[in-house]
Design a protein around this ligand. Structure first.
Ligand code: SF4
Ligand code: SF4
Length: 67
């Protein structure tokens, strides 16, 4: 699976970091660019909370190549 962040939409609000059950293990907001990025996806259990909570709809979860 992949988690894509639309960098044009992302405001760096950090809601994905606080709402994800794995939080900072997966999500980081780059201080300079103010853009969120998901890494360490081995911790992700694909609950899709991050995508649901992102206020600007910037997060896309792609399961095994399918959208
Ligand atoms: S919740 Fe959405 S807009 Fe906010 S930092 Fe995460 S990806 Fe960016
Ligand atoms: S799908 Fe769930 S566990 Fe995975 S990054 Fe999003 S909120 Fe976190």
């Amino acid at each position: 699976m992949q988690i894509k962040v639309d960098r044009k939409k992302c405001t760096g609000c950090g809601i994905c970091v606080t709402e994800c059950p794995k939080g900072g293990q997966i999500w980081h907001v780059d201080r300079r660019s103010k853009k969120a990025q998901a890494d360490n996806l081995e911790f992700c259990h694909v609950c899709t909370i991050c995508a649901a909570k992102c206020p600007v709809g910037a997060i896309e979860i792609i399961r095994d190549g399918k959208r």
